[in-house]
Design a protein around this ligand. Structure first.
Ligand code: MTE
Ligand code: MO
Length: 527
């Protein structure tokens, strides 16, 4: 006999989660990027005013999406619980709650730039599952409650099942139904991705690729060999991640196309194979984010392999008057890039490999743009599908619409990695070091100052050398110094000087709208 009892709220949760399972499974089966839950998260992201999201990211860093996910999950759970409680009144009483969640999810799914009408299908399936599951699950609960309220027959239990037996039977039924509903929900959620066309498929396709690229070999003299200084090459797993995609686009390389059009003589459409068949270019390039605060770590250096953009644009035949390229990602994100940065002699490329491996899905698989010397938000479109040659006065791009600069020249910057802030160091020589960058201009020197004293020259690692013997100025450099300091508190500052002789400015400026400036400082104690 079952004494366990499912509460109305719990019934709402079981039915609701089954609804989510079914819509997630359907999303995956259809190969859509966003489940209704993800679509709502991205809607929230896109509706959040720039300053608010900027404030939020400053406080919580790259945990922003996890925190947003938890908040949406909590709100959802509250709605599901209350739907269950409402179901105690009548099967139709929770319909407004269903309608509310369904409508929010449908709006989120259908108002996206990349949305198609069948993006609403998973939402519809989820809501239908939810309504059916909740009324089926609570039907015996209504019976149980009716039995409990009915008076015990006066002539005893002889001519029918006792009230207690009725109640037990209905509780058993409820638990069995809850089990069936859970199995259906979880089963759909698990099966959808396996039999469908979603991320798992793409991951498999990615793993099977054998690209004609070379493995990175870290050049000999780039490292200063100081423990605690960031590795010169950033492994893919450590490379910072910045994008607006709550769920990353999973693009099958066989169906991927890149269209180059706009102010050109001939439109060019490339398949993934077309890319691989072209002449491949490879280089070390440091990418950083305009949102990187002074001393921040939204920067990484990788060995990129891809196809140069300049010859592609030449084949397309850029028309006079164009000064910009609007890049669009599969997920609808856009950025505007100065045309000349794509046509001059730098290694601007459509990259398909990162550190010798096919681009990770998070970093833009199957292809993304990498432009030496530009911030990511104006150049490094991940999951790129469309390149339109155009003019700045005709376009509006994602971050520029949110108040960031249309053209932001990259700020030279430098960072102290050791000592750590607040470190307690033993007596003896203090090793100081970090990285400095001015991509595509190049760093010539790094200087540091202790306790407000004079600027002193630091040692720097060498630049990587290209096959033609020229120095690669598109990456960061490492720097280091050794100091003998008295016992007590100390502060060290760093600044860089580029190959043109420009000294990194000490004027402190926030990351918005065009990149942070100022000298990085670290405080520590000796003795
Ligand atoms: N599709 C897409 N591409 C994008 C972004 C994005 O939000 N969506 N963010 C850009 C920004 S702001 C930066 S700094 C870089 C970060 O690239 P990473 O995540 O590979 O480090 O990607 C750029 N490309
Ligand atoms: Mo960025």
């Amino acid at each position: 006999m079952s004494r366990v009892r499912l509460s109305w709220g719990a019934a709402g949760l079981v039915a609701g989660l089954a609804g989510f399972g079914v819509s997630y499974g359907a999303t995956q089966y259809l190969g859509r990027r966003l489940s209704p839950f993800d679509a709502v998260a991205e809607l929230v992201i896109s509706l959040t005013p720039g300053p608010v999201s900027h404030w939020f990211i400053q406080r919580v860093g790259t945990h922003d999406k996890a925190i947003l996910g938890v908040i949406i999950a909590l709100v959802t759970i509250v709605v599901l619980l209350s739907a269950g409680r409402l179901a105690a009144r009548a099967w139709w009483a929770p319909l407004p709650a269903f309608g509310f969640l369904g409508a929010v999810a449908a709006v989120a799914a259908l108002t996206r730039e990349d949305s198609k009408i069948d993006d609403a299908l998973p939402v519809a399936l989820g809501v239908v599952t939810w309504v059916l599951a909740l009324s089926w699950l609570t039907e015996p609960m209504h019976r149980e409650r009716a039995a409990e309220r009915a008076p015990e027959p006066s002539d005893g239990p002889a001519d029918g099942p006792s009230r207690a037996a009725l109640v037990d039977a209905s509780r058993r039924t409820v638990l069995i139904r809850a089990g069936v509903i859970t199995v259906i929900g979880a089963g759909t959620a698990l099966l959808g991705p396996i039999v469908g066309h979603g991320r798992r498929r793409v991951e498999q396709a990615r793993r099977l690729l054998n690209l004609p690229v070379s493995r990175p070999v870290v050049p000999k003299r780039v490292s200063v060999h100081v423990p605690g200084v960031t590795r010169w090459q950033t492994p893919n797993s450590d490379f910072y991640l910045i994008d607006t995609a709550f769920t990353k686009p999973a693009i099958d390389p066989d169906t991927w196309r890149l269209r180059i059009h706009g102010m050109v003589e001939r439109e060019v459409v490339l398949t993934y194979q077309d890319l691989l068949d072209r002449e491949i270019t490879e280089d070390w390039i440091t990418l950083n984010c305009v949102s990187n605060p002074v001393g921040g770590d939204l920067i990484g250096n990788a060995w990129w392999s891809g196809v140069r953009i300049a010859p592609l644009l030449k084949e397309a035949g850029v028309k006079a008057g164009a000064d910009a390229v609007l890049q669009t990602s599969e997920d609808g994100w856009t950025c505007g890039t100065p045309l000349e940065a794509l046509t001059d002699d730098r290694q601007a490329m459509i990259a398909f490999a990162m550190n010798g491996d096919p681009l990770p899905i998070e970093h833009g698989f199957p292809a993304r743009v990498i432009v030496p010397g530009l911030y990511g938000y104006v150049s490094a479109c991940k999951w790129v599908v469309d390149i339109e040659v155009t003019r700045f006065d005709r376009i509006s791009a994602y971050w520029v619409d949110l108040g960031w600069a249309e053209r932001a020249p990259l700020q030279m910057s430098s960072r102290i990695d050791v000592p750590r802030d607040g470190a307690d160091l033993p007596r003896g020589p203090v090793r100081i070091g970090g990285v400095a960058w001015a991509q595509h201009t190049g760093i010539s020197r790094v200087e540091y100052a202790v306790d407000g004293g004079p600027w002193l020259p630091a040692e720097t690692g060498g630049a990587a050398v290209r096959p033609d013997g020229s120095p690669n100025r598109d990456t960061w450099v490492q720097w280091s110094a050794t100091e003998h300091l008295a016992d007590g508190d100390h502060v060290v500052r760093v600044r860089a000087i580029d190959v043109d002789g420009t000294v990194q400015t000490g004027v402190e400026r926030d990351v918005a709208p065009a990149g942070a400036t100022g000298w990085h400082a670290r405080r520590f104690t000796v003795g």
